[in-house]
Design a protein around this ligand. Structure first.
Ligand SMILES: NC(=O)c1ccc[n+]([C@@H]2O[C@H](COP(=O)([O-])OP(=O)(O)OC[C@H]3O[C@@H](n4cnc5c(N)ncnc54)[C@H](OP(=O)(O)O)[C@@H]3O)[C@@H](O)[C@H]2O)c1
Length: 247
């Protein structure tokens, strides 16, 4: 029997961190060796001999955490959103110059990954598309990492630009949402929500709606556990859970 993978969780007392600690503890192949809160030194990961660190903290903290872990040879699984492309480039550089790997996923829910994949598939066949994402009102970043990743995948899938709509006039500024290279993104922040997204595609005479709802944070755990188990053998930086699934 191979030894259990030693896992540390950064942001262990937050909503996702708490759920992750519970999921790791219930998995026979994994061992939770430490859970860090805001005040805890990252050094505790080294002392606890963590092989993998999972980060569910804040956009402000995640990059320093990843740098520390990668420099210490600890593989990282990042669920925290808000990393810009230049942050990912830095993480890739640290991965290349060390021995540890990184998996960064804007959304660990399998259904959300499928939604992104279906949206990319549909993008080639429609004139225009918009994304409406809804999250709980304590989410710090907007739009969500999932919405940005969806728009990027949809844009990559197209060879032609999206059809332009009439320029119009916003009587309330921002009512048409943000523009992610031609895909309008609308971010709703409401108490009672977890993580929800609709991709709405339109062409003359038809609409296609692709929708995913995470009703509970347990929806993210199969993806988080998969990433923890794979990160040690997947050399380099992997962005997106879709690379670990046989889609
Ligand atoms: N990838 C996905 O599938 C997915 C799914 C859901 C959420 N997320 C993302 O995951 C992140 C966390 O979400 P959440 O809902 O769990 O937020 P949360 O409940 O606010 O939890 C964040 C936790 O991180 C702690 N923290 C902040 N800075 C830290 C540091 N430097 N070291 C250690 N701990 C630190 C916070 O401590 P304090 O309370 O003391 O500030 C808090 O306990 C967000 O970016 C969210 O968008 C990703």
């Amino acid at each position: 029997m191979s030894p259990r993978v030693r896992v540390g969780v950064i942001g262990a007392h937050g909503r996702m961190g708490t759920e992750t600690c519970r999921a790791v503890e219930s998995d026979g192949d994994l061992e939770l060796v430490c859970g860090l809160g805001r005040e805890d030194p990252l050094r505790r990961l080294v002392d606890a001999e963590a092989a993998v660190a999972v980060d569910f903290t804040t956009p402000a903290a995640v990059k320093d955490n990843a740098r520390f872990c990668l420099k210490q040879g600890i593989h990282v699984v990042v669920g925290t959103s808000g990393l810009a492309p230049e942050d990912l480039a830095d993480i890739e550089r640290w991965v290349r110059s060390g021995v540890a790997n990184a998996i960064v996923a804007p959304n660990f829910a399998i259904g959300a990954v499928l939604m992104m994949s279906f949206a990319a598939q549909a993008a080639r066949h429609f004139a225009r598309a918009e994304i409406v994402e809804r999250h709980h009102d304590r989410k710090l970043d907007a739009p969500s990492g999932t919405a940005l990743a969806t728009a990027a995948l949809m844009n990559e899938a197209r060879s032609d630009p999206w059809t332009e709509g009439a320029p119009g006039n916003e009587t309330v500024p921002g009512s048409r949402g943000g523009d992610a290279r031609g895909v309008r993104v609308h971010s709703l922040r409401l108490p009672g929500s977890v993580a929800h997204q609709e991709v709405v595609l339109g062409s003359p005479g038809e609409t296609l709606v692709i929708r995913h709802d995470s009703l509970d944070r347990s929806s993210f755990m199969p993806g988080v556990l998969l990433a923890i188990k794979r990160v040690g053998s997947r050399r380099g930086l992997t962005v997106g859970l879709e690379h670990l699934l046989d889609l």
